[in-house]
Design a protein around this ligand. Structure first.
Ligand code: MN
Length: 250
């Protein structure tokens, strides 16, 4: 076992609050922590606070982008989702996972709004929690699953970035996880979520231009590469455990 790998295993087995944080401490106003994953929110939907300062992902993701992305873009998805379902009591009582899984059964008049804004709310709620980390490598069962299903973490990154770069226009690059822990890669356009197909998202990266354009302009590949430096593997590992336990929501 390499030193790097052993360290990652130790990290995954402890709480992030006592992580041997090697860098970026100054950029964070609160200790790194494993942010609670909102398993499955329901109406009225609320904008979850960022689990770290807007500057926490510098320099990979600039603070202004984080602020606009969370406070404006995600907030708009939440507001628009609430507006779409508020006059439909039977729809509004569905938690978000069900709302998206049953998208095709919803009234025609709100399907598009729920697709775009419900998908957007689910994606971004996940997205914030899987960032704010130190990058590096995951450990434990997640590391084993990555090695089994992709060959190596390096290979996963290569294939993930290829999927993200190949998504024409706006969308997401996503690692899916099934109930047995098997991982796979997919790209989805716009805010279309695998939750709409009854699948589960382990983690994903937002390749809409609003996620990177201020700092990276047209250089999506540079953004994709930099993003790995702020991935919060302990949170992803928590999501992986939840997926196998059947408790992973959005
Ligand atoms: Mn976005």
């Amino acid at each position: 076992m390499s030193t790097m790998f052993r360290r990652a295993v130790l990290i995954a087995g402890t709480t992030a609050a006592i992580l041997p944080v090697a860098r970026k401490v100054a950029a964070q106003t609160t200790p790194a922590s494993v942010a609670p994953v909102v398993v499955d929110p329901s109406y009225p939907f609320v904008l979850p606070p960022l689990p770290y300062a807007t500057s926490a992902n510098e320099p990979s993701i600039d603070a202004q982008t984080m602020e606009l992305h969370h406070d404006k873009h995600h907030a708009a998805y939440v507001a628009n989702l609430n507006a779409a379902v508020k006059d439909h009591p039977q729809v509004a009582e569905l938690p978000l996972v069900q709302l998206l899984a049953k998208l095709n059964e919803l009234p025609d008049s709100i399907q598009k709004a729920v697709r775009n804004n419900g998908g957007g709310h689910a994606y971004h709620s996940m997205f914030w929690t899987v960032m704010g980390g130190q990058g590096g490598e995951p450990g434990g069962a997640l590391a084993a699953a990555i090695a089994r299903d992709f060959g190596s973490l390096a290979q996963l990154k290569t294939e993930f970035d290829k999927v993200g770069l190949g998504q024409f226009g706006s969308g997401w690059a996503v690692v899916l996880v099934d109930g047995s822990g098997k991982l796979s890669l997919v790209a989805r356009p716009n805010q279309d979520s695998p939750l709409m197909d009854g699948k589960r998202v382990l983690f994903g990266n937002d390749v809409w231009e609003h996620a990177y354009y201020l700092k990276y302009q047209n250089r999506r590949a540079d953004y994709l590469a930099a993003w790995w430096k702020v991935v919060n593997w302990p949170v992803v590992a928590e999501r992986y455990r939840a997926a196998i336990a059947g408790t992973l929501g959005i």
